[in-house]
Design a protein around this ligand. Structure first.
Ligand code: IYR
Length: 219
């Protein structure tokens, strides 16, 4: 067992404004985020994707194992393969696999098995969770850790004026095959990244947020 080494925490982020003021500004950015399905093909440089993933990779994780892998797809042929496979699964999902209750819950969102955005968005970021580390060691709280990393990434994209969608084709196993991932990596989330089309619309039902009084209890 090696002894833990501690270093001074000196590079703390200290805003020049009060927490309330900082958070007001951040909320104004975050409250405008929408999951969109009408992506334009306007390009996003690789450097932007690298910055987003760097921010995602700064998230906390169980025992700092960082159990995530991000595959950034821009190759049109690969995007096409992902779309074809996703639409195949989604057709099954909408026709047979989804329960009536699930379909009823999706109705206000107006989703269907067609996933054109998988070919149109300049980037499809496919997030994998590591169920074992690269060195075969154990990983902990994997879903929580990767969820946190994805949350960081979505917030960063919003901060930068980019649009994202959290897409979970059901099931997602085809992503391991298409992207030739090793066995310790399991598909977690697919995030198209880009810009909305000028005439992009979002479902009204997806805009409402529960009031604070409903989601926060102070004891
Ligand atoms: N994966 C399907 C269905 C779907 C499921 C949920 I939960 C959503 O919030 C939205 C869609 C699809 O992408 O169409």
């Amino acid at each position: 067992m090696s002894k833990p080494v501690f270093v001074p925490y000196t590079d703390r982020h200290s805003p020049l404004v009060s927490p309330e003021e900082a958070l007001r500004a951040f909320y104004e950015v975050m409250r405008k985020r929408r999951s969109i399905r009408h992506f334009s093909d306007a390009p996003v440089p690789l450097s932007v994707i690298e910055s987003l993933v760097r921010i995602a990779g700064s998230a906390p994780s169980g025992a700092n194992k960082q159990p995530w892998r991000f595959i950034a797809v821009r190759d049109p042929a690969l995007k096409r393969r992902i779309r074809v496979a996703a639409e195949h699964e989604e057709r099954e999902f909408y026709a047979h696999r989804a329960s009536d209750e699930w379909l009823a819950d999706l109705e206000p969102l107006g989703t269907d098995p067609t996933k054109e955005f998988l070919e149109i968005a300049p980037w499809i970021l496919v997030v994998f969770k590591l169920v074992k580390a690269e060195d075969e060691s154990l990983v902990y709280y994997v879903n929580e850790s990767v969820g946190l990393a994805c949350g960081f990434l979505l917030a960063a994209a919003q901060h930068a004026g980019l649009a994202t969608l959290t897409h979970t084709p059901n099931p997602m196993a085809f992503l391991s095959e298409v992207l030739e991932r090793p066995k310790n990596e399991k598909p977690y989330l697919l995030i198209p990244i880009g810009y909305p089309t000028p005439n992009c619309v979002v479902p009204e039902a997806a805009i409402a947020r529960k009031p604070l009084s409903e989601i926060l209890q102070v004891r």
